[in-house]
Design a protein around this ligand. Structure first.
Ligand code: PMP
Length: 371
């Protein structure tokens, strides 16, 4: 007896489980790269008042083109990355997950291929699967960086219509140098492909690491996606967005569902953007804690990958599942992801990081912590 007996589920979906990072009720949650700091009461009040105002008009459909929100996002990117973008160059959806699904719906599909470089974000193959797009991966180097000539060779070989590059990459934290990104985008342009640089973690990048936003004026085939879920501390608001050429955005307008961004979401996002300074105010502290965590893990004799994000990939363990479980037994939930032997920890508050360190130190003294 199969789970879907009697239902005409697509053959290629039968063996899958739904996306499943565990949502467990434990004291220390360091598993899905959230921002550990909730919004201030001031921000909460502004969001609530903005949602109340939106509710007064909720008998009507929301603004389908959400140009107010798109203008606010353009203004934010101007401040954050010095980009000069028209509101029509911005796009948003319910999380950058949905933004990227729109991209695969518009540019992928049967007979087409999407390419990325492993190890990378686990949702990419799912967007490909759900849109009937073939999925191929090149490899990152041993240190998880991307070799420019190998990347270009992979693009020439597979001729993908969509290239997905996460920078900083999840789960490794590795950012791409701008010259490597530009070489890939130029090669993709020559072959008629689009490139998405997924900058979900961009605000956490170390000083001197540029954003691909600076390449937008030169490449109409480039989109840079961002999210309010991480640095912005708004994972529950479900707002992701991208910046690209107007033509690129126009293609996404074809495939989005009518009124996909609710009046509540638009009001929430615009209120949060008015409080950007406060919401982003803890990023500096999280970056410092991230660097300290890398140093601390290395001081224990473990490997820890240099990170431009709000998480650190570390290991390697003979039995990573046993280490993950032992941490969970101490009330600390991290993520069992990445290549075999590695684990990923999100950066939390100083109390949460102290709990993580105490638990891992204890485990390393036991047989479970063999590395
Ligand atoms: N891209 C990357 C690399 C991510 O790690 C995540 C979230 N884990 C996302 C995109 C999606 O984030 P959201 O849908 O919350 O914007």
């Amino acid at each position: 007896m199969g789970r879907f007996d009697g239902l005409p589920i697509r053959e290629e979906l039968k063996s899958f489980e739904p996306y499943g990072a565990p949502q467990l009720d434990v004291p220390v949650l360091l598993n899905v790269n959230e921002n550990p700091y909730p919004p201030s009461e001031d921000t909460v009040q502004d969001v609530a008042a903005s949602v109340a105002e939106a509710a007064r008009g909720m008998n009507r459909y929301p603004d389908r083109e959400f140009l107010g929100l798109r203008a606010d996002l353009a203004a934010y990117l101007a401040r954050e990355s010095g980009a000069h973008l028209e509101p029509e160059q911005l796009w948003a959806a319910n999380g950058s997950n949905e933004v990227m699904l729109h991209i695969l719906q518009a540019f992928g599909g049967p007979g087409r291929t999407a390419l990325s470089f492993a190890p990378t974000y686990s949702m990419y193959p799912e967007y490909a699967r759900d849109t009937n797009t073939a999925w191929v991966t090149g490899r990152r180097a041993e240190d998880f960086t991307l070799d420019r000539s190998k990347a270009i060779a992979a693009i020439s070989r597979h001729r993908p219509s969509v290239v997905l590059l996460a920078s900083p990459n999840n789960p490794t934290g590795t950012a791409l140098p701008i010259d490597v990104t530009e070489a890939i985008v130029a090669q993709a342009a020559a072959l008629g492909s689009v490139v998405v640089v997924d900058e979900a973690y961009a605000e956490f990048r170390r000083a001197g690491t540029p954003s691909a936003v600076s390449l937008l004026p030169s490449y109409p085939n480039l989109a840079v996606s961002r999210t309010m879920s991480k640095a912005f501390a708004m994972a529950g608001g479900r707002v992701g967005y991208l910046a690209a050429s107007k033509q690129f955005v126009d293609a996404l307008r074809i495939v989005r569902l009518p009124y996909h961004l609710s009046a509540v979401t638009q009001a929430t996002a615009r209120a949060a953007l008015r409080h950007a300074d406060e919401l982003l105010g803890r990023v500096e502290r999280l970056r410092a804690a991230r660097d300290e965590t890398v140093d601390w893990l290395r001081s224990l004799g473990l490997r820890a990958v240099d990170s431009d994000a709000n998480f650190v990939l570390f290991g390697t363990f003979a039995d990573r599942h046993a280490v993950w479980q032992a941490l969970l037994d101490d009330g600390v939930l991290i993520r069992e992801t990445g290549p075999d032997g590695w684990l990923r920890v999100s950066i939390g508050t100083s109390e949460e990081m102290a709990a993580f360190r105490a638990s891992l130190e204890r485990i390393l003294k036991t047989d479970t912590g063999r590395h």
